[in-house]
Design a binder for this molecule. Structure first.
Ligand code: AMP
Length: 357
């Protein structure tokens, strides 16, 4: 194993959104310097980073220069082109690497990978054109969801199919691109686990959170999740299994459905995750510091939950309530420094903290 990077090291972050911002802040707390690469003029992460290289993710010369200027690099969103990560990886280690990113970017590869590990997923079938949908529906059953294989997030690139009659409309609705059809899971709850794996192979998982979504966007995460202990343990074990199978270094977010037939893995994100923001108020070491520790080869920190936390995203104009939130007892407010709010845009979040129950 290589030596841990010492304080003062430069952490490269591909992507300058709120996740990059909170990674940069965690890096600074450990005496590290964050260097962010993002095409934006004033991205949230650049406001708190040591350096900002303003370049698009297909500028290979800028990516190479960035790779030469950092000691280790990571990425904060999963739709970053794999080629961009490869360009940086020629000059500096990128953790987690290209492999988890490539799997997570393609819903079909991701489902094949998860089911190959023996984990339960929704029934699914490959769809390359509208004519594949009838056979796919025969496999999944109806209702089902047609999802683009690539570039889907926050419920985008998805269409519900009630039966074969909807096939052509659904295909057009997702933009007529390669897709998968997934059985609609009649879940009773959505959960996620934030896990971390260090360079020495150590694994730390945070307590599973109970998630609620509105319009496909995460709205709240609550810990502890009010589910049977055995169900929660299954989610943690599945997360450890995924981390080990990917030989992963860093933090991952794994999303699950709790269904009558058991726990079903929906998807994973190879990065820090919105549903892990509660750890900022609930744990000695939050997911952002954990990620920095992991990619720098440091020992993983204490992720044991010491409080009950309800995390609420501030979406659209919700951040305008900041004066009331700032005055609220037990509330930890996070604002992302975004100049403009738009419907559906994440502007901040609030962690409401109480004693551990
Ligand atoms: P995704 O982009 O796959 O995370 O989907 C966004 C949201 O859509 C999920 O958090 C669920 O609420 C819902 N969803 C996705 N896939 C399914 C499914 N197979 N069955 C039921 N609901 C789903």
């Amino acid at each position: 194993m290589t030596e841990p990077l010492p304080p003062g090291a430069v952490i490269g972050i591909l992507g300058g959104g709120q996740l990059g911002r909170m990674l940069a802040m965690a890096a600074a707390r450990l005496g590290m310097r964050a260097h962010v690469l993002d095409p934006g003029e004033d991205p949230p992460a650049a406001q708190v980073a040591w350096r900002h290289s303003r370049a698009p993710f297909d500028d290979l010369a800028a990516l190479a220069a960035f790779g030469r200027a950092v000691d280790v690099a990571t990425y904060e969103f999963e739709n970053i082109p794999v080629a961009a990560v490869e360009a940086v990886a020629r000059h500096a280690p990128v953790r987690p690497g290209e492999a988890p990113l490539a799997v997570a970017q393609d819903r079909l590869d991701e489902k094949d990978f998860l089911s190959g590990l023996g984990l339960a997923t929704a029934r699914y079938a490959r769809v390359d054109g509208p004519d594949d949908i009838a056979a796919a529906l025969a496999h999944t059953g109806a209702p089902a969801l047609l999802k683009t294989r690539r570039m889907g997030y926050d419920g985008k690139g998805q269409a519900r199919i009630a039966g074969p009659g909807n096939a052509a409309t659904a295909w057009r609705a997702i933009g007529a691109v390669p897709a998968i059809l997934e059985a609609h899971v009649p879940f009773t709850a959505e959960l996620s686990v934030i896990g971390a794996r260090g360079m020495d192979g150590a694994v730390v998982c945070y307590d599973p959170g109970l998630n609620t979504h509105e319009d496909g966007i995460l709205r709240t995460t609550r810990v502890p999740a009010p589910l049977p202990r055995s169900r929660l343990q299954d989610a943690v074990l599945a997360t450890g299994h995924i981390l080990n199978a990917l030989d992963y270094v860093g933090v991952i977010g794994v999303e699950f459905f709790a269904a009558p037939e058991g726990l079903i893995v929906n998807e994973f994100a190879p990065r820090v995750h919105n549903s892990g923001h509660w750890s900022q108020a609930g744990c000695a070491v939050d997911q952002f510091e954990q990620h920095v520790r992991a990619i720098c080869g440091w020992p993983l920190g204490d992720g044991v939950r010491h409080a009950d936390v309800a995390m609420t995203n501030l979406i659209g104009a919700a951040d305008e309530d900041w004066p009331a939130l700032a005055a609220e007892p037990g509330a930890q407010l996070h604002l992302y420094g975004k100049a403009e709010s738009r419907p559906g845009r994440k502007m901040g979040h609030v962690n409401r903290v109480g004693p551990r129950s």
